[in-house]
Design a protein around this ligand. Structure first.
Ligand SMILES: Nc1nc2c(c(=O)[nH]1)N[C@H]1C(S)=C(S)[C@@H](COP(=O)(O)OP(=O)(O)OC[C@H]3O[C@@H](n4cnc5c(N)ncnc54)[C@H](O)[C@@H]3O)O[C@H]1N2
Ligand code: MOO
Length: 335
């Protein structure tokens, strides 16, 4: 009997011969040109999975392949953790949104940088708002936002126009992390905002809202993104943490006397090569980096194994030669 690839086999069939491995003679009899073994080219039911079997552990990212597997196994609905909804609030009167920095005004580097970064961390960005240094606008924004996570940039220090701390106090927020012994990024903070029912506006279905306060210096903001925002968003999205790993340094790196430093590095072969332009306000290092090396207080010598924090898009690339540490314009810059 002729049968199409993938067609259901007739009852009591013991083997299938591929058309190119057999021929039918003038009397309609089939002759195999190769040995035929029982079960040949028959795909039995339940080969890949059986009814009720768990196909993937919970917490698995729904990739295109996972969607295909789910459909193949007959699922019509998948239960997933929704992407956390994040609103970005950029603070600072000194920020320009186009053109060259001039007259004491600088370009907003974080407004463009944060949304794709936050999306790469598995969250959805619902809005990016530039609020200047307006305490009332910040209060209104925090009180009424329905996002589960608010990310502010700037205004975390204690200067005259640093409104984040006073506004959190006014809202009755709970400061969970108020500064971290890390450079750059030491003023970063994490707070739990009052939920909708507690009188402060919107919230997610569980009523919990968090605020990640990133320092205004752009590389300091990156520190906060990787060490405060990333674990928070991962937890909210029920994503498992990546396995921590280390790499040996290919050059000495200066340390802060008391605090940990995070220094942009590229990964080449086994090694982490520390990059120039790693000051708190600089982005040239991180723009070509694969990750941040965790430098203990006091610094680290060449060859020492250090933990590396990956960037969400880390993949091997080309090291622009002049950026690696060890040249004449090596910089020690941590405030
Ligand atoms: N008395 C102290 N003052 C400061 C300390 C300290 O320990 N004691 N730490 C300094 C450090 S370190 C940092 S980091 C900053 C963090 O302060 P803020 O979070 O309040 O940040 P701002 O003052 O608003 O801005 C700092 C710096 O970054 C520039 N900035 C701000 N936003 C952006 C942006 N979107 N794009 C590019 N650049 C931005 C801003 O113009 C400032 O130059 O506090 C120090 N002060
Ligand atoms: O964040 Mo500051 O720029 O800690 O160094």
């Amino acid at each position: 009997m002729r049968i199409a690839t993938g067609a259901r086999i007739p009852r009591d069939t013991t083997a299938v011969i591929r058309s190119e491995h057999g021929h039918v003679d003038g009397k309609g009899r089939l002759h195999a040109q190769r040995e035929v073994v029982p079960g040949q080219d028959i795909r039995p039911r339940g080969q890949e999975c059986r009814a009720g079997e768990r196909l993937l552990p919970s917490g698995t990212l729904v990739t295109p392949a996972v969607l295909g597997l789910a459909a193949a196994a007959g699922y019509d609905t998948l239960y997933v953790a929704a992407r956390p909804r994040v609103e970005v609030l950029v603070l600072g009167d000194e920020l320009l949104t186009k053109g060259l920095p001039q007259d004491g005004l600088i370009r907003d580097a974080l407004g463009p940088m944060l949304p794709p970064w936050v999306r790469a961390l598995g969250a959805e960005v619902t809005a990016v708002r530039r609020l200047g240094d307006d305490a009332e606008a910040l209060y209104e924004a925090l009180a009424t936002s329905t996002a589960e996570v608010l990310v502010t940039t700037g205004g975390t220090a204690s200067g005259p126009v640093d409104h984040v701390h006073p506004t959190l106090r006014r809202l009755g927020a709970e400061l969970l992390v108020d500064g971290v012994a890390v450079r750059p990024g030491h003023p970063m903070l994490l707070a739990r905002l009052p939920s909708g029912e507690e009188g402060a506006g919107g919230a997610d279905s569980a009523g919990v809202r968090h605020l990640v306060g990133l320092p205004g210096n752009p590389l300091a903001a990156v520190s906060g993104l990787l060490t405060l925002a990333e674990p928070l968003l991962r937890g909210l999205a029920s994503r498992p943490a990546a396995e921590p790993y280390t790499a040996p340094l290919r050059a000495d790196v200066h340390g802060h006397p008391q605090d940990t430093r995070l220094v942009p590095v590229v990964l080449r072969g086994e090694h982490a090569i520390p990059l120039h332009y790693n000051g708190p306000a600089m982005l040239r290092g991180i723009a070509v980096a694969d990750g941040l090396a965790v430098i203990p207080p006091g610094g680290a010598r060449r060859g020492r194994e250090l933990e590396i924090l990956d960037l969400p898009w880390t993949e091997p690339g080309v090291l622009p030669g002049e950026l690696g540490i060890g040249g004449p314009d090596d910089e020690v810059c941590f405030t």
